[in-house]
Design a protein around this ligand. Structure first.
Ligand code: FAD
Length: 393
């Protein structure tokens, strides 16, 4: 017979960065939380993880509040002070932290570094139960919601937080509708040592419907994120690192080597299929969705995790302001969370999708229009400042 453990207030399902941050935030707020997650991967055998994130100041603020940022090894973090964007017909944009009067535009951080720091913080939480199991069934009861694990344990709580990624099982259980559009692109990621200093600058090239970014890493390294058409990405993923470096140089018309010199591969390439997903609701009775379970966007602006961590901050805020007579799964409360997230999610979804489509349009006229548009943005310090503040969250 199943054993029933009903002493939780929240069950967080999914232990990516967003799920672990949600579990930590809620348990630090004094809630009894069960987290269904695997431990973070050990430090990569390579110099850097393949998964690298550009984190905005809103993500930094949340991680600082959780006392996780302070535990990250400073030597493995790289600030971005400048960003240079190149259109596909000589248009250029330059964003600068100095001009925008902010300390930095973003921080470049390895995914597993943050996950390990989150794991370490979670292990010290007396109110947290960590289950290295997956959820298999979700059942609503009048006073609670219960989750059956793949090891046959049954947990129950007032609220389930679905942080189980783009193919969310929790979202399916509550019947939320998803619109998905495949970009028919794969994000090819790899890391390289560069022979010239990158001066903490991120570079992005729009090339015939594809987007190639080189993000700065510590000690003269850069991280590649190449959103390439699926067949092209498949071919890129077959290459060894020296051949991939040659393709980067060729695709950017030699600009990559003018900016950061020659590239020597340090982390093998990996590919991630890219899609857009919008979800019709973020909440259901006793359930809230966060992170990629709630929204999936193109990585061209490096905003997916940032959006997910802002979900966590908003959920925490709503729970902290809860009236004493409501329980945590009260739909009125959860709708406050949903409302508070709508605009941010919509804005970024529309902006990233719009840019992706604009640069995917074939033909000289489309190319002319987007490059004139870039030049106009570049000439307007006010618009540039607005774009920077939107990206900072
Ligand atoms: C190429 C690329 C580059 C990117 N760059 C950036 C960037 O620079 N900045 C940025 O902010 N974002 C970036 N993103 C987006 C970012 O990767 C995602 O938004 C982020 O990983 C989502 O985190 P998550 O925790 O919501 O989901 P996930 O990381 O997908 O985690 C979900 C977790 O849930 C678990 N799970 C699933 N089902 C169950 C179940 N039934 N029971 C228990 N557990 C379950 C999974 O095993 C997984 O561990 C990028 C994305 C790509 C593809």
């Amino acid at each position: 017979m199943n054993s029933v453990q009903s002493n939780h207030q929240v069950i967080v399902i999914g232990g990516g960065l967003v799920g672990k941050a949600a579990a930590l935030a809620l348990t630090q707020a004094g809630l009894r939380v069960a987290l269904l997650a695997q431990c973070a991967p050990a430090q990569s055998e390579h110099r850097f993880d393949a998964r690298i994130y550009a984190l905005s100041s809103s993500s930094q603020a949340l991680l600082e509040r959780l006392r996780v940022w302070q535990a990250l090894e400073p030597a493995r973090l790289c600030p971005v002070y400048d960003m240079r964007v190149f259109g596909d017909a000589h248009a250029q944009l330059h964003f600068s932290a100095f001009q925008a009067a902010v300390p930095q535009l973003a921080w470049i951080v390895e995914s597993s570094l943050i996950e390990r720091a989150l794991d370490a913080a979670l292990r010290f939480q007396p109110l947290l139960t960590w289950c290295e199991s997956r959820a298999q069934a979700l059942q609503h009861h009048p006073e609670a919601v219960s989750v059956t694990l793949d090891d046959a344990r049954v947990l129950s709580a007032d609220l389930v937080v679905g942080a189980d990624g783009a193919h969310s099982w929790v979202r399916e259980q509550v019947g939320a509708k998803v619109k998905r559009r495949d970009y028919r692109q794969t994000g090819v990621v790899a890391n390289f040592r560069c022979s010239k200093p990158h001066h903490e600058t991120a570079f992005q090239w729009f090339i015939d419907g594809e987007i190639l970014a080189l993000l700065p890493l510590p000690d003269s390294h850069v991280s590649l994120v190449w959103s390439a058409r699926t067949e092209h990405a498949d071919a890129l993923l077959q290459l060894d690192l020296p051949a991939l470096a040659e393709r980067i140089e060729a695709a950017t018309g030699g600009a990559s080597s003018r900016q950061v010199g020659t590239l020597e591969g340090v982390t093998p390439a990996q590919g991630f299929p890219l899609a857009l997903q919008t979800v019709d609701r973020l909440v259901a009775p006793r359930v809230a969705l966060v992170g990629d379970a709630a929204h999936l966007i193109h990585p061209l602006a490096g905003q997916g995790v940032n959006l997910g961590l802002r979900d966590v901050a908003a959920l925490l805020d709503v729970m902290n302001r809860k009236e004493p007579f409501r329980d945590l799964g009260d739909l009125t409360l959860l709708r406050r969370y949903e409302r508070s997230r709508r605009e941010d999610i919509q804005k970024l979804t529309i902006a990233t999708d719009g840019l992706q489509r604009l640069f995917a349009l074939p033909g000289g006229l489309a190319r002319g229009i987007r490059n004139v548009g870039m030049a106009m943005v570049g000439a307007q310090p006010f618009i540039k400042r607005w774009l920077v503040s939107a990206a900072l969250g």
